[in-house]
Design a protein around this ligand. Structure first.
Ligand SMILES: *Cc1c(COP(=O)(O)O)cnc(C)c1O
Length: 384
């Protein structure tokens, strides 16, 4: 239902219908652990136990799947639980290729959890297609792309990397958290699995932790669903309800995030205290052409900038902003700002961090949907 409708219509309606018992227009929070059977094994749809299936969760899964143009959606308790389900597709001896400035928690899962079970990985700068191709081995079973990357907002050509990975016989996963389904739909570009941390733009209100996987291939979806149930890191009904509420405004929110970020990036670029501004929508972004090709809905709400004067300058700026709250995370309606080297990316050793370009003067903005004039005034005052 609704698959042939426009994006905004799907945000509001996909996966949802009036509650059959009351006609309630909003999907209820089915806060139940089990379901009464009419006779042993005779159940309604697939509802036998709520780890396996829950109507609130199912509505959300169908909703987000539709937004990504996928047939199957699976909700998890967090983005990292969703990532772990993807890695559970592999076996001891298998190898993963992942982009170099991948989300810190993704790297930690592979490096600290799955490596001890004999699953190895190679990190590579996926803006370099030759290096990417060379990173594959005969054992590579999963290629993990994140674009825009965090915090350097590098843009990886999903179509090109997916083509390379497919030729090597690897499954392609794309962490689409920074773009949101409004801006980029990786399944259409050759990906097998799309991941979102729903904690970010999909939730959008900084009040819930969640993760989702979307896939088209029945076999992959079936294996992921098995893991969802067998490992059991499912999303709770109340969290699914909150996220269903969030997706109804996703398209409007993300559009405003993009508008505000575009104006702030341009403002920052003109300030003498700023050494460099990284925003995929600016013509001076090294992969702007790829962003233009694959980010069909806009360039997102994330900006990274380097302050002249390194850590002291960055620290004083971060202490002085008022409307931008100093906090980790992103994608909410309120503007946040953070210092990757000290905060989100502190777990990466300094030499590697510097090699990646995460320097001490670097700050990351998650631009919210406040009045952009107020946000710019806040930045201007803090820079002065
Ligand atoms: C936050 C985030 C994750 C992890 O999601 P959680 O919901 O915090 O577990 C994964 N990838 C990206 C890009 C993220 O920003």
């Amino acid at each position: 239902m609704h698959h042939n409708k426009g994006f905004a219509t799907r945000c509001i309606h996909a996966g949802q219908r009036p509650d059959p018992t009351t006609g309630a227009i909003m999907t209820p929070v089915y806060q139940t652990s089990t379901y009464v059977q009419q006779s042993p094994g005779v159940i309604i749809e697939d509802y036998d136990y709520a780890r396996s299936a829950n109507p609130t969760r199912k509505a959300l899964e169908e909703n987000i799947a539709s937004l990504e143009g996928g047939r199957h959606g699976l909700m998890f308790a967090s983005g990292l639980a969703a990532l772990a389900a993807c890695v559970h597709l592999l076996q001891t001896g298998d190898h993963v290729v992942l982009c170099d400035d991948v989300y810190g928690g993704t790297f930690r899962t592979l490096d600290k959890v799955f490596k001890q079970f004999g699953i190895t990985y190679t990190r590579v700068d996926m803006t370099d297609l030759d290096a990417t191709e060379a990173a594959f081995t005969a054992k590579t079973k999963l290629c993990w792309i994140e674009t825009p990357t965090n915090p350097l907002l590098k843009i990886i050509d999903i179509e090109a990397v997916a083509r390379i990975a497919k030729a090597k016989g690897s499954i392609v996963g794309v962490d689409n958290t920074f773009a949101s389904p409004v801006l980029q739909n990786p399944l259409k570009l050759g990906a097998d699995i799309v991941l979102h941390s729903c904690t970010k733009y999909i939730g959008g209100h900084s009040d819930v932790i969640g993760g989702v996987l979307v896939a088209n291939d029945d076999d992959i979806a079936q294996r992921l669903k098995f893991t969802q149930n067998a490992v059991g890191a499912v999303s709770a009904p109340w969290d699914c309800f909150l996220l269903l509420r969030s997706t109804k405004t996703l398209h409007v929110r993300v559009q405003r995030h993009c508008e505000n970020a575009t104006k702030i990036a341009d403002f920052l670029a003109e300030q003498p205290q700023i050494e460099q501004v990284i925003y995929p929508g600016r013509a001076d972004h090294p992969q702007h052409a790829i962003a233009k090709k694959q980010m069909i809905g806009g360039y997102g709400g994330m900006i990274t900038a380097t302050l002249k004067g390194g850590l002291p300058a960055a620290r004083s700026f971060l202490e002085r902003v008022k409307l931008f709250s100093l906090a980790e995370s992103l994608g909410g309606v309120e503007s946040l700002i953070e210092h990757p080297a000290i905060m989100t990316h502190a777990s990466i050793d300094k030499p590697l961090r510097e090699a990646l370009g995460i320097t001490d003067g670097l700050v990351r903005f998650s631009v919210g949907i406040e009045d952009v004039g107020d946000l710019i005034a806040d930045i201007a005052e803090a820079l002065d």
